[in-house]
Design a protein around this ligand. Sequence first.
Ligand code: SF4
Length: 476
Amino acid sequence: MTPVIPPTTSHVFRDNSVKALANPQLQRALSNIRRDFVDSRGRALADLPEEEYAALKAEAKALKDHTLAHLDFYLERFAAKVAETGGEVHWCATAAEARETIIALCKRYNAKTIAKGKSMVGEEIDLNAYLEAAGLRPIETDLGEYIIQMKGDRPSHITAPAIHLTKEDVGDLFAEKHKRPRKSEIPALVGEAREMLRPRYHEADIGLTGANFLIAETGSSAIITNEGNGDLSQILPRAHIVLASIDKIVPTLEDALTISRILARTSSGQEFTVYTTFSTGVRRAGDVDGPAAFHVVLLDNGRSKLLGTKQEPILRCIRCAACLNHCPVYKSVGGHAYGWVYTGPMGAVITPALLGVERSGPLPNASTFCGRCEAICPMSIPLPSLMRHWRETEYERKGAPAAYRHGLGLWAFVAKRPRLYALATGLGARVLGCFGRGRGRLSALPLAGGWTGTRDFPAPEGATFRAQWRAAHGRG
Ligand code: SF4
């Protein structure tokens, strides 16, 4: 089966970004992020007293840190509970193992059609391509994923996969593929998708969903959605497969609810999502619905290697997407520029962890380090520090371009010698001050074309900050 290496263009982020910035349709679509996510998050948090939100954040962080410190214990507890409730856990170290396990399960149940709920881990392992290569028919039932699948596209956002499209794009797509009169309003488009999808749940042999949480004390999986498609996918077909990564585990039902309280607010700006669904095992005698078979495919794919390292905090991520929605880089170039599944600041940290910094070096460099992502993250993940760590790793492995490495080396040489540093910066400030005299800014600078190509550089006053400070305050 091909491909073996997940398709990625993270290594050419810069080229991808140039194209994204020059795409007016994409820029129009991205302009909705403020209205749809940033403003609604602000309103949802305004309803929660500041101290209560701070306490919730601290509790969520502590419970995730505790779980990660005892991950083996909670995973084994979860697997034992799943077995007690008639299900089975499949441990998969790699993406290939997870795909093979799912395809083997499809064969076991003689399945042809799979109704899929939204799963970023499914994207991570490129599941649909492999299911189709095995003669199976995956049907995405989340509206955004349904649009993406129909278009032969990839998600560009972890909670709103089709955010790079406008309603006009979707109207054109539906008219072409559904062969129905073109609709232009969102409720009508949603209604049409619902009408097309409803019979698919009944045709499906297997329902496959992701999980927001795996609960160790009960062996349950939980999904948090607004469309109800995940519920239909998991209760109508005769077998339910949950595909989730090991970091989704939480000890108790109460812990899942604690995190849910901040997840919905920071993600979609809701107090709670419309559906919060817990699934436990197979259908029992007397149940009105539910699957006859229940499987959990648990994927590691490099995550356990992060435990105990500087990168461990990224395993606290609950995929709320707040860091994407508030990132000036993401909001300018969109998700496809990042070249793989995970985008924005969290993608710039987790992609090097999963794919290797050699294949994704530009991502941790695609940040202004404004710190907004860390400030906004409900799980208090120090995203800029983690990106800086990947930058250092790339530098140590000589992955960064030679000019960049030599430039940094030269700067380090000078910066470690205070007299030389004062001399060099004093000279530089005087020269730049001379050139910028009159206008107060410079429109071209040698070696800084990347900056001056799109904006002017403010000309220094003719003296360095240190010199100005000394003049104002004396040596002390
Ligand atoms: S890193 Fe934080 S803000 Fe970003 S998706 Fe994860 S939990 Fe949300």
